[in-house]
Write a protein that binds this ligand. Structure first.
Ligand code: PMP
Length: 443
């Protein structure tokens, strides 16, 4: 709803949201079981098993060990890793959990500077700056990059952190249809003439914001087309690679590498460390001038306590493994594994008759349920069979486009996935969410 400028529409939207929250308390699932009193339908508080790369998790309510198809643990670095974990423990002893200081006031350790160099090198940009939280990276950076008199053109399904950052910037916001370059061009054409120099335009600055892989859709950004349009209209492009960095591309360098886009054509590259790197925080990479400017002017850099040093160490170590700098081929194997796992799981789900969103190579696999009453039923039945999946409901997606979202990890084995597929297939039959005829088995 980024572009909803009209006050009344916004209020109506809020009211629908409140009404929906009230309604959900009364809802029963599609088997008539109440949702509100159904702690068995969700996995809320969990404990990790530290020795299996977060492949399973232990629910603390109704204690049981579940196969984890919900975490964004794309490369399997979460929880424990033979290379990363000992180094993280060492850094904890050397630097402590927190610097208790902002970056400019004694909160910059050698790990922070090393991390920024490594990130810039990894995403193939001249320079980078890191923050302690991925969400805050978008929310805090956008208001520094653009303000009143500027124009943000944002994909309609961009993440909430982008929406809030854009709103906080004070810039005018226009939204283009989800991942539709043609519509982006239409919106741009409404604002400026093709080829008009930046100095002769009604906007001080125009930034187009997209994501590498869309987290609720599992689709890759149509980046080559979008980059070409931004060049044609001289608009800056801001790319959020939270779900693609480390997860796709031959050497894990994200959608630019996968889709053959030159990173020089992407002005601002943003990403988070919470998915493929098994850590926390976010980064912005760009030109030396841009990063220098952010270091001097971004309040989240100047006034917030810097990233926890062990978290920085985890990312440094994970990047080393991905690039083979640990002296093994584990990184390349992880990247091959996640691709193989993702493509296998997606095609098997489709053969079973599920409606699965997203592209090949993407580790995010939303299965459409549509009816919100099927959400708790699906989740509960999976949990009964010890498979944990994440359910996506309004307002994270439209009310009647409910879905379950599966995230594949390199730490899953083929055997694990085959077992999980059996469970999901049975649950799909029970809840009635196989919307296509199943493919006949090959003899
Ligand atoms: N951007 C996108 C596209 C996201 O999906 C997320 C969260 N999953 C974030 C930013 C925020 O990142 P974090 O969870 O690391 O704070």
């Amino acid at each position: 709803c980024l572009g909803l400028e009209d006050f009344y529409i916004r209020r109506l939207y809020l009211r629908i949201q409140v009404l929906h929250e009230k309604l959900i308390l009364l809802f029963t699932d599609c088997f008539g079981r109440p949702i509100a009193s159904a702690p068995d339908a969700w996995f809320d508080v969990v404990e990790r098993y530290s020795n299996d790369n977060n492949k399973t998790l232990k629910r603390t309510t109704n204690i049981s060990r579940c196969f984890n198809l919900g975490s964004y643990n794309y490369l399997g670095f979460a929880a424990s890793d033979e290379y990363c974990t000992p180094r993280v423990i060492k850094s904890l002893k050397r630097f402590s959990p927190s610097t208790c200081s902002a970056r400019v006031d004694g909160g910059t350790t050698t790990l922070h500077t090393e991390l920024e160099e490594r990130v810039a090198n990894f995403v193939r940009k001249p320079s980078a700056i890191v923050f302690g939280m991925g969400y805050a990276t978008n929310a805090a950076i956008l208001p520094v990059l653009i303000g009143k008199g500027g124009l943000i053109i944002s994909d309609s399904l961009n993440h909430n952190s982008i929406v809030n950052g854009a709103r906080g910037s004070g810039a005018t916001i226009r939204v283009f249809q989800y991942n539709t370059p043609l519509h982006l061009e239409k919106v741009l054409r409404e604002q400026i003439a093709e080829g008009q120099p930046r100095t002769h335009r009604p906007w001080k600055k125009i930034i187009v914001i997209v994501e590498g892989i869309y987290s609720m859709e599992g689709e890759l950004c149509k980046l080559p087309e979008i980059v070409a349009i931004c060049k044609k209209y001289k608009a800056y492009i801001y790319l959020d690679e939270a779900h693609s960095i480390g997860a796709v591309g031959k050497s894990g360098r994200g959608v630019c590498e996968l889709l053959g886009v030159d990173t020089a054509d992407v002005d601002v590259m943003m990403g988070t460390f919470t998915k493929s790197f098994g850590s926390c925080g976010g980064y912005i990479a760009g030109s030396k001038e841009l990063i220098q400017y952010l270091k001097y002017s971004c309040p989240a850099h100047l006034y917030a306590t810097s990233m926890s040093p062990p978290a920085a160490q985890q990312i440094i170590s994970a990047i080393k493994v991905i690039l083979g700098e640990d002296g093994t081929s584990r990184g390349a194997e992880k990247l091959a594994q996640i691709r193989e796992n993702s493509n296998f799981f997606r095609s098997e789900l489709q053969k079973m008759g599920f409606e699965v969103l997203g592209d090949n190579d993407s580790p995010i696999m939303p299965i459409m349920l549509y009816n919100p009453a099927k959400i708790p039923a699906f989740s509960r039945e999976c949990l009964v069979q010890k498979v944990a999946v994440v359910m996506v409901a309004f307002p994270a997606c439209p009310l009647l486009l409910a879905r379950t979202r599966i995230c594949i990890s390199a730490s899953h084995t083929k055997e694990d996935l085959v077992k999980a597929l059996e469970v999901i297939s049975q649950v799909g039959d029970l809840v009635g969410v196989k919307y296509f005829p199943a493919e006949p088995e090959k003899q």
